[in-house]
Design a protein. Structure first.
Length: 288
């Protein structure tokens, strides 16, 4: 449990509420899917407590207790007001969860989601075909973009880069903001050559985008380091693969930027046109 200031502990996460089905013709205490009026009150209390609305949560728990101890021969109807409250809280809960895993500027996933998803993917590695690739993408000379054109243009560049990175990704793949002008592409279920080809395609797409439509004189390129692990090699945790991708990203930067760096058989290579015109300056930070 992580401390939030002196003497204050972070509350334990509250599990998601059950999936409720709302039907207009319910006349008894149980809905057609088996959800009782008591369970509805308890679920609303759980949602309210997760948002820190303790007084309202307590009121719903009291309503649930009163229903449990009531001696009634006829089951009570579920009030329409309660149904509407259930629907509203469900929507707000889903929206809050989505906001908690999204970067506010680019709408890509954030670092929190990246870390959680990588752990899940590694736990399911036995069902993954092809392996897992993680690419770290960093904008070249981004400080100069901000200094020359201003931070508002810089924000638009970040947003457009995310759009380009996400364009055409496979269903299970995703893009997340790793920090600042650095992003992570997670590509599950692909082999090494395919992952490198996808990273190179993303680099070309960004380089060839007509950036002058945003502002005259603007040019944007990215450097990418991509680390691929076959399915049988997965299991050492996401940190090692992220460190290796970071080392390869540094190699791409040191080798002239606007390039994709990757490793095969203990050697480091640059993908695409960069392979034929540059010497590889290998990073000492690479994790083997």
């Amino acid at each position: 449990m992580t401390g939030l200031g002196r003497g204050i502990a972070e509350p334990e996460p509250v599990s998601d509420p059950p999936e409720w089905a709302v039907h207009e013709d319910t006349g008894g205490a149980n809905t057609p899917d088996g959800t009782s009026l008591v369970q509805l009150h308890e679920s609303i209390a759980t949602l309210l407590a997760s948002r820190g609305q303790w007084r309202q949560a307590y009121q719903h728990l009291r309503s649930a207790l009163e229903l449990i101890h009531a001696d009634k021969t006829e089951a009570p109807r579920i009030p329409e007001q309660l149904r509407r409250e259930v629907d509203r809280l469900r929507r707000e809960h889903a929206e809050a969860r989505e906001q908690s895993i999204r970067d506010s500027l680019t709408a890509s996933y954030n670092r929190r989601y990246l870390d959680q998803r990588l752990v899940t993917l590694l736990a399911d590695r036995h069902t993954m075909v092809g392996g897992l690739a993680v690419a770290l993408v960093d904008l070249d000379w981004f400080k100069q973009v901000n200094d020359t054109f201003g931070h508002l243009i810089g924000d638009r560049v970040l947003q457009r880069v995310v759009d380009l990175l996400q364009d055409g990704l496979p269903e299970e793949a995703f893009c997340a903001r790793y920090g600042g002008e650095e992003f992570a592409l997670v590509l599950p279920g692909v082999d090494g050559p395919t992952a490198v080809a996808m990273a190179e395609a993303a680099r070309i797409k960004i380089e060839s985008y007509p950036w002058s439509k945003i502002v005259l004189g603007l040019r944007v390129t990215v450097s990418i380091g991509i680390a691929h692990e076959p399915t049988l090699s997965l299991g050492s945790g996401p940190e090692r693969q992220l460190r290796q991708a970071d080392g390869l990203l540094y190699t791409a930067k040191q080798s002239g930027r606007n390039a994709v760096a990757y490793r095969v058989g203990g050697r480091t290579f640059l993908a695409g046109p960069a392979a034929g015109r540059r010497a590889v300056t290998e990073s000492k930070a690479l994790v083997y």
